[in-house]
Design a protein around this ligand. Sequence first.
Ligand code: GLA
Length: 727
Amino acid sequence: MSIIYDKKQRTITLHTDHTTYQMQIDRYGFLLHLYYGGKADGCMDYLLTYYDRGFSGNPYEAGTDKTYSMDSLPQEFPSLGTGDYRTPACIIKNTDRTYCSDFRYVSHEIRDGKYALPGLPAVYADTAEAQTLEVVLEDPVTGVRAVLLYGVLPRYDIITRSVKIVNASQGYVSVKKLAPACLDLLGGEYDFITFYGRHAMERNCQRMPVGHGVHKIGSLRGTSSHQYNPAVILAARDATEDAGSCYGMAFVYSGGFQSEAGMDQYYQTRVLMGFSEEQFAYPLNPGEELQSPEVILTYSGAGLGQLSRNFHRCIRTHLCRGKYKEKVRPILLNSWEASYFDFTGESLLKLARQAADLGIEMFVLDDGWFGNRDSDLRGLGDWYVNEEKLGCTLGELIGKINGMGLKFGIWIEPEMVNEDSDLYRAHPDWAFVIPGRRPNRSRYQLVLDFSRKEVVDYIFDRICAVLDQGNVEYVKWDMNRSLADVYSATADSQGRVLHDYVLGLYDFLERLVERYPDILIEGCSGGGGRFDAGMLYYTPQIWCSDNTDPIDRLEIQYGTSFIYPASCVGAHVSASPNHQTRRVTSMKTRGMVAMAGTFGYELNLNELDSEEKDEIRRQIAEYKKYASLVQTGTYYRLTNPQTDNQGAWEFVSEDQKEALVQVVGIKKHANMTVDYIKVRGLKENTMYRDTQSGRLYNSTALMEAGVPKPVLEGEYQAFQWHFVCEE
Ligand code: GLA
């Protein structure tokens, strides 16, 4: 039993293999948070302290007891209006136009299996693998209910949280703020680790002390965004990669979000994760409900590395779906950096022939194959194959490519429309434009109103009509701008549109996944602008960044690795000098960095000399040797490329018998000092052989003392060790 209700103490305790989470229904019916951390037993309500604290008011029923205040007590779902003046998880505008919600315990239920969320992505599990806790809270005056859901996956050290607001009142209410996850921690000093960035430089890691005041990150863009990732970590000040307490929250949502962390007047820390408040006012008529997306929570008492590994295992095996989720993905060649919009059917076939000759397994036709799309000025929305440009039908092109022994994949951007398109001319009101205002353009395109079913239905039918033309085995789903001018002609309230847009997107994706279960879908939004756990439910891999420079990628993939497994990270070998940075790097270095994800190529193979082509052949053979280890192995960060001389990481097989350590030099000096790379995750005191040199090493020595990284000639050199257990 992973969820235990103690009737006497009125505690509900959630246990995973290594963690415990406890809450208590207190004497006034408030649901208080008692503990989340390493595995522990017994009632922990002794942690709550009661003092008469000035300007911290008391609920009416506390009578003359001035020591009881919601202003200092840790809570599961704090709302505005109870006398808690900290940042709330929920604000509801009631029928009487007040903003008070006073949620009290009504009932709870424990059941086997993990809850699912209708219309939303969520962690899934077999009935025997998980349990669900549902706690019903209600405001006794308005009748509005908050139904808290907890999913517990003991073996994975994962707890998920979601909340449903049910308008059981007699009138109209509006949900102004909703954060399904709240963590109130009584003691300790913490750092808030967030992942900020920009287009082509996503998920840089920032670690900041949580101080007084609220530190808030988020996205107002209608998507999870390049600028902040919807996942955060709260780490004890002294937590490192290998030691210390840390808590992670990953939002399973692809729209706007916010996460807030702050210390209150009594030095207690609160962290929230939920919808972005701006432009959010979700209307609920009597009887209607709003189900929030869920947040994946995990705790590690053994540092950030273990926290990441908890997320990786859960996301890879219990969030990603489809036939490819645990499979090595086909090595692809993407046409974008090879030819951008400038191609013909003939030039594509020439490229494909070259790809097949080198051992590449799939050809992906990127942007430019439809409508009038020869540049980013026009064509989005017109999902009709440009047969004139291809010189044949799509079916014929696919047939020829399949004939070379290659799978075929295609790029789409369903959520967008150019003003210069037949679709926009026919349905100008289908795009987000506020009547009377000129819209904000981005890459010359506007966003289609996916909160409207007829828009989703139309585009879905058009995309299916394309995919049905041949043997399409992969789709790259792109999304190349942020939302603006949010106005939906048919919505009863504009405060619902951003969320309904995301629901429309998920509805489309769900239908696509159902109709084409064998197609591998890769997510993309100008690279990693929508790299989130929500998308990963539909697309088991996401193009990590439009930046293919391997040295920049070290940092991007490092930041990404805190939450997301390597099997989700789209990574390609591109040209040198790199198209984004003009940096020159070797094929080996580019290959090694791309191999730490779902491997592929994205360059004009026809421009390579025979030596480079041979190198690619060798690289592909090598990748195949390690692909399964990379896709399903346990991941360790060995350095921090933001500050260290090199980027280094490691994949260890589940049975710990094999490990691949990869290192790429970043900083270079004359008379270079030697760095020692400490290997991780091997069996203790066991002999391992480095398969390249044949040398035997004691594993504990490798882990405690490390191995000296060779000082190699030239810049950005790559090096790897492959250790195999001798037992
Ligand atoms: C985005 C993607 C690229 C490419 C282009 C095509 O920028 O991230 O990989 O597909 O769009 O327009």
